[in-house]
Design a binder for this molecule. Structure first.
Ligand SMILES: [Zn+2]
Length: 358
């Protein structure tokens, strides 16, 4: 309407009567037409190119630019609302308890997770653990540390098949942030290589992926204690036969104490039962273990996270998760028994409880 009034003596074709300016109704209809099409039927005359009215061309240009942006915004907005997947995490179940238990000589913490909507299996489902220390005595009073997962192996991305209940575990080894510091073997053994800030796992050394032990005499590194002992014993024979003398304080293999320095010794290092050691440490540091499961929803291709946290009240010492998968009666398909999903067998028994020492 403003553009039409700038040059009242020129006929732009917006009205049939050149004496009058365009009324609001016609201007609104013209604006709508501009936003939706570029093929004009003008309210007035037949000239749709407005050669004499540059102000009208500018006006139409901005009207079209605005409508393009408006369409793009609406499309993006509705698509984003429809495709968001964060509520998909509701269908991922975590066990109500985490289990701390001893498997062989190794302490580990284990949880269980499952995606209820197994008809639409999650894509790229993977899991991570974090230890949140609310009253950490080290640092500024709170810390957030990553915990490596052993099963599934985080070296391979810790991917899961969540359409069946699967257990996730972290070894509470010497590098674990939830191991009470006074129980760390690296404090007691000079043979173990320090982490130097890396998030290591003892299991990597045991299977030969990384050498975690070092011979103090010659500097050779080994993955397992057994191999290091073999090396020291053999070198002792060589040194004995060759008549090696100790010179300038240099260590010989004959001088190494491989019995007292055993980094994998399993004898009791605490008078307290294991669960008391862990409970005391978890309470004093305010430790909360955070399990994060990330996956892609296969229907809308949206990424989502499901979170669960475990404090000392949510931890069971010893036991195993009950088997909750069974064969269906009618079909041969697997069925998940939700009644047993959170169940723990032999709680407080082997690998936990009051009688099990560290
Ligand atoms: Zn050596």
């Amino acid at each position: 309407m403003l553009s039409d009034r700038i040059q009242p003596d020129i006929d732009c074709g917006l009205t049939s009567n050149t004496e009058t300016t365009i009324p609001f109704g016609s201007a609104f209809a013209f604006s709508l037409e501009t936003a939706t099409t570029v093929g004009y039927g003008l309210p007035g005359s037949s000239n749709a190119f407005f050669e004499g009215c540059p102000e009208l061309q500018i006006c139409i240009f901005f009207q079209m630019l605005f409508s393009l942006f408006f369409n793009a915004f609406l499309f993006a907005f509705f698509f984003a609302r429809l495709s968001r997947a964060e509520t998909r995490g509701i269908q991922v179940l975590f066990s109500s308890k985490a289990i701390i238990k001893k498997v062989g000589k190794q302490w580990e913490i284990e949880i269980r997770c499952y995606d209820c909507d197994s008809k639409h299996p999650l894509v790229e489902s993977h899991v991570r653990f974090y230890a949140v220390k609310r009253n950490s005595t080290l640092g500024d009073g709170a810390s957030f540390e990553r915990m490596r997962t052993n099963r599934p192996d985080d070296d391979y991305g810790a991917v899961l098949f969540t359409s069946l209940p699967c257990n996730v575990s972290h070894d509470i080894d010497d590098f674990s942030p939830v191991l009470p510091p006074h129980l760390r073997k690296t404090k007691e053994s000079d043979f173990m290589l320090k982490d130097h800030g890396l998030e290591n796992r003892e299991a990597d050394s045991r299977v030969g992926n990384r050498d975690g032990l070092q011979c103090l005499a010659c500097g050779e590194t080994y993955g397992s204690w057994e191999n290091l002992v073999r090396h020291v014993k053999y070198s002792r024979i060589v040194e004995k036969n060759d008549g090696y003398e100790k010179q300038n304080g240099c260590l010989r293999h004959l001088d190494l104490d491989i019995d007292g320095g055993h980094p994998e010794r399993t004898e009791v290092v605490s008078e307290r039962p294991a669960y008391e050691e862990f409970e005391k440490y978890f309470r004093s540091e305010g430790i909360e273990i955070l399990a994060v499961l990330e996956a892609i929803d296969p229907l809308m291709s949206g990424t989502f996270q499901a979170l669960q946290s475990y404090t000392i009240e949510d931890i069971s010492f010893g036991g195993d998760f009950q088997n909750c998968i069974k064969r269906g009666k009618k079909s041969n398909a697997f069925e998940v028994d939700f009644g047993k999903f959170h169940g723990i067998t032999n709680e407080g028994g082997e690998g936990g409880g009051a009688t099990n020492m560290l």
